[in-house]
Ligand binder design. Structure first.
Ligand code: 0WK
Ligand code: 0WK
Ligand code: BGC
Ligand code: BGC
Length: 898
């Protein structure tokens, strides 16, 4: 009994001794977890990162294996207890198999030429494997805190865990290894990636479990990594997608954040370590220090007569003599005897108890920081409940069974709302390093293949200059009586000879047909010093079936709308002079006549091509018998736009539309317009540049996607230039590129959604939305969801955005090249070295796309440097311009009648 009671009290005082020394309550652990979360934020934040203890290092590992990786890879696994060289074969066919050969090599304690030794081991391994003649890609697991700027460059910040080779800290370990290999000169390898062992562990397990997004090491050292949102990684540019962050949590507390929890033993260990003041959290947890913690506690208790009758031995007093992976009572006796002690049963129990409490503290501290990481991921996903997998490795985690059990349990207690699976890595991080290399290779190969597809849509300056030259040529051919018929660009005379001069006056009706909307307008123009224009308008839609029905139906619909508007404005009886913006190629021999040459855009009403549209509409008015219209002018929307803008800026002599369709007009010298009599003065020419390329002038710039869009359009072979630029087609080009990338397995994991197969489903407005704001990711996601692509990844979204910007950029550049040809023609017409001119512009694409106008202007400036061009965005539409032309004409007619 006595024995028991003394045993009990003995036990009790041992307990209380160590407990007060080391035990951490759940509250304290929760507090540690919150502290660590704050440290994570400091590390992630650009301003506080330099002083943060927990460095949150970017790893440039952005995606986990998707099962398509394959190939043969070398891997190095350095920094744990063992240095391994591995050959990893990844097979993607059917069963997705990974075969590995590996060899462990020693790392001598006082190694002078560190990387020479690594290179020697590598050579030895390759010799053994008979692969010395192969230049294999290599993934390098280097388990120390490193600053990375890319996947294959890694600056060692500081050695940890007993390593301290000189001349390495502050250096790029990849260049050091490459140098050592070069020095040997008997083999060559391609170092593709250098990663931390936590990252390697995450990738190793990620190959089998796609939910795996955390890597944990509790071995010689301790650390964790996890997949963080790029937008939180302030030290890097880019908001899109995720990247793995190596927390380097071993350094938690190096700024004093854990001082209240560290005890004398912890301080003693740190003071005796190779890197005092560093890795303080690690020194409370990892295998390199746990044994020492126990030893120092035993020494302390012995000296306080609480153990071994106060006796100590030189072994017990020797640093590092108590190995970490001993915990059981039985082995406590063996260990203590191994230290020259003669332990009593109580001593063994007390020692086992001390081990228990030390490793429990370690497991619980680990749980506290893991809980912080789990909460970060849950909050990033704005998820109610997080379901995730933690990959774990390291001799403590693996061999110290109680450790992992206690860790799992405490994690469950600290974050009950997270459903966490721990997956112990069976193959070490070498496989993970090979996976990162394989993914890097796959991404590089996919990137190269994607870029080779996108490169077909990228135009060089030389090519754009060529487009300008060829378009200039076609303009001249269109103007010349001889070649006009064959020319693809018709350079149509508009019979608009001058721009408004402010004397215009009166009420006018205007129709604006041909863009995305049909407008009927009442335009009140008042002359005088402050000449003003008041406008009332109503927008009407033109149903697809009317656009593509009979001409009669179309013009009846137009006249119905006019009737509705006149009714609405109470001016049915007025018969005001009317200007008709008809945005299609028309041959005109006078202002109030326009023979439709061909429909473009979505229109193909029958019985109209070759007809005078003024006659067609007058017939419809007659059929309606409700009101009469006084047609004075029919103009193209480019001309209307030029007039509208020149009313504000008299230097405006060019009109540009980039909307559903695209086109331009400008004031040409009469002597150059061979189709019209007279050589003096100028006349506005409707370029109809949409048809540029219809004679094959652009074939060498057309991609397979352009051919597909043209083949599927309702006017194949026509309007080729327009089909590379305008709003009606850009979405379709993007859709076809996305389809092609998906079919090649380069997007959406090769899965095409039914909806994405639907023509016209990827509207051009999506391009503007996707490229518009910084939060494009969320926007892209919702658009892809709308397109039935619910499983798209971040990388998919990034690529969709890139496709949109490449397609829009080409359109803007082609438009810029066309405009450069037009303004340079005007400059040459006027024998000017420098031309200052304004372009009036309108159209949804130009107005809504965030980058179109700036890219177009850059290209124009670059290809027509002798032209100073101002862009005047039309706010009032071309209806106003049509009314102004009508006013000018009406004025002229009045003067002629007087
Ligand atoms: C095995 C991994 C290696 C890592 C090691 C850590 O393959 O990358 O460094 O675990 O555990 P340790 O060997 O330090 O106990
Ligand atoms: C507004 C003009 C109209 C022109 C249209 C072109 O008032 O004449 O046709 O812009 O842009 P879209 O509506 O095709 O985008
Ligand atoms: C290193 C980490 C490493 C960990 C586990 C620490 O000492 O700083 O980079 O991940 O040990 O090996
Ligand atoms: C038409 C042009 C029009 C342009 C912009 C083209 O399809 O052929 O006449 O100016 O679209 O609306």
């Amino acid at each position: 009994m006595e024995e028991l009671s003394s045993q009990f009290t003995y036990k009790m005082c041992c307990n209380s001794y160590t407990i007060h020394l080391i035990w951490l309550s759940d509250e304290t652990l929760m507090d540690v977890s919150l502290r660590f979360r704050r440290e994570m934020d400091k590390g992630l934040c650009r301003d506080t990162n330099p002083t943060a203890a927990v460095k949150m290092l970017p790893t440039f590992v952005r995606s986990t294996p998707d099962g398509t990786e394959q190939g043969e890879f070398l891997a190095l696994d350095l920094g744990g207890a063992n240095f391994r060289v591995l050959l990893v074969k990844v097979m993607a066919d059917g069963e997705r198999k990974v075969e590995m050969e590996n060899q462990i090599y020693a790392i001598p304690e006082h190694l002078m030429r560190f990387f020479d030794h690594i290179a020697d081991c590598l050579a030895n391994f390759m010799e053994k494997m008979g692969i010395k003649d192969k230049k294999l890609p290599l993934g390098f697991t280097f388990s120390f805190p490193c600053q990375q700027t890319k996947l294959d460059e890694s600056i060692l910040l500081s050695w940890t865990k007993g390593f301290r080779s000189s001349g390495v800290e502050g250096k790029d370990v990849v260049s050091l290894l490459r140098k050592s290999i070069k020095k040997r000169g008997d083999f060559d390898i391609d170092i593709v990636a250098v990663i931390n062992d936590t990252v390697g562990t995450m990738m190793t397990c990620g190959y089998d479990d796609h939910l795996c997004e955390i890597g944990l090491i509790v071995g010689t050292g301790t650390n964790a990594c996890y997949m963080e949102q790029m937008r939180n990684l302030e030290v890097l540019d880019g908001d899109e997608g995720r990247m793995c962050v190596n927390t380097e949590w071993g350094a938690f507390g190096d700024d004093g954040a854990l001082e209240d929890l560290r005890n004398d033993i912890d301080r003693e260990i740190d003071a005796g370590s190779l890197n005092p003041g560093k890795q303080l959290f690690e020194k409370m947890i990892s295998g390199m220090y746990m044994g020492e913690l126990v030893r120092l506690i035993l020494v302390k208790m012995a000296k306080e007569q609480l153990l071994f009758q106060g006796k100590t031995t030189s072994e017990l007093l020797t640093t590092g003599r108590f190995n970490t992976n001993e915990e059981g009572v039985v082995c406590a006796e063996n260990v203590l005897r191994g230290l020259g002690l003669d332990p009593s049963v109580e001593d063994c129990i007390a020692t086992q108890r001390v081990c228990q409490i030390v490793s429990t503290r370690a497991a619980h501290l680990c749980a506290a920081t893991l809980a912080a990481v789990l909460r970060q991921i849950r909050d990033n996903k704005a998820a109610e409940k997080l379901r995730t997998t933690i990959a774990a490795d390291g001799s403590v985690y693996k061999n110290h069974t109680e450790f992992s059990r206690r860790l799992h349990k405490m994690v469950g207690r600290l974050v009950p709302d997270c459903d966490v699976r721990f997956l112990q890595s069976q193959c070490g991080s070498g496989k993970g390093a090979a996976m990162v290399t394989a993914v890097a290779y796959r991404l590089a190969a996919q990137h190269a293949e994607r870029q080779s597809i996108l490169d077909t849509l990228r135009l060089s300056r030389e090519q754009l200059l060529e487009v300008k030259e060829r378009l200039s040529e076609q303009m001249v051919r269109g103007l010349s009586k001889q070649t006009h018929e064959q020319a693809s660009i018709k350079m149509l005379p508009t019979y608009v000879r001058s721009i408004p001069d402010g004397t215009e006056h009166g009420d006018f009706l205007a129709l604006d047909l041909g863009g995305s909307t049909f407008r009927v307008l009442l335009v009140r123009i008042r002359s005088g010093k402050k000449h003003t224009v008041d406008m009332h308008h109503k927008i009407y839609s033109i149903p697809q079936e009317t656009m593509q029905g009979t001409g009669e139906e179309l013009f009846n619909h137009i006249v119905d709308c006019i009737g509705d508007f006149l009714e609405y404005m109470g001016i049915k009886g007025a018969s005001l002079p009317l200007g008709f913006t008809f945005s299609f190629p028309c041959h005109q021999s006078k202002l109030d006549q326009g023979i439709l040459l061909k429909w473009t855009k979505g229109f193909k009403a029958s019985g109209c091509e070759g007809q005078d549209v003024v006659t067609l509409i007058k017939e419809a008015v007659l059929r309606k018998r409700e009101f009469d219209l006084n047609f004075v002018a029919v103009v193209n929307d480019t001309v209307g736009t030029m007039m509208t803008c020149s009313y504000e800026d008299p230097r405006c002599e060019v009109g540009l539309i980039v909307g559903t369709g695209t086109n331009a007009c400008y004031m040409e010298e009469m002597q150059n317009i061979e189709l019209v009599e007279g050589n003096s003065g100028r006349m506005c020419v409707n370029v109809e540049w949409g048809a540029f390329g219809d004679n094959g002038e652009l074939d060498d710039f057309c991609t397979q996607f352009d051919h597909t869009v043209d083949d599927c359009s309702n006017n194949p072979g026509k309007q080729r230039y327009e089909k590379m630029i305008s709003g009606m087609y850009l979405g379709e080009i993007v859709r076809n590129v996305l389809m092609d990338l998906t079919a090649k397995g380069l997007l959406f994991r090769g899965k095409v959604s039914e909806r994405l197969k639907t023509r016209g489903i990827f509207e051009t407005k999506f391009l503007s939305q996707i490229e518009s704001d910084r939060l494009a990711m969320r926007q892209i996601r919702s658009i892809l969801q709308h397109l039935g692509l619910t499983t798209s990844t971040c990388d998919d979204s990034v690529l969709v955005k890139e496709v949109c910007s490449v397609v829009a950029r080409r359109a803007a550049q082609l438009c810029g090249a066309g405009l450069a040809a037009v303004v340079d023609k005007i400059r040459q017409n006027r024998n000017l070295n420098q031309l200052t001119i304004t372009v009036g512009v309108d159209g949804t694409l130009y107005k809504t796309h965030p980058h179109f106008s700036s890219i177009m202007q850059e290209t124009l400036q670059d290809l027509a440097p002798q032209c100073q061009v101002t862009f005047h965005k039309s706010e009032d539409g071309s209806g106003k311009g049509a009314a102004l032309i009508t006013a000018v004409r009406a004025q002229r007619l009045k003067e002629e009648r007087q």
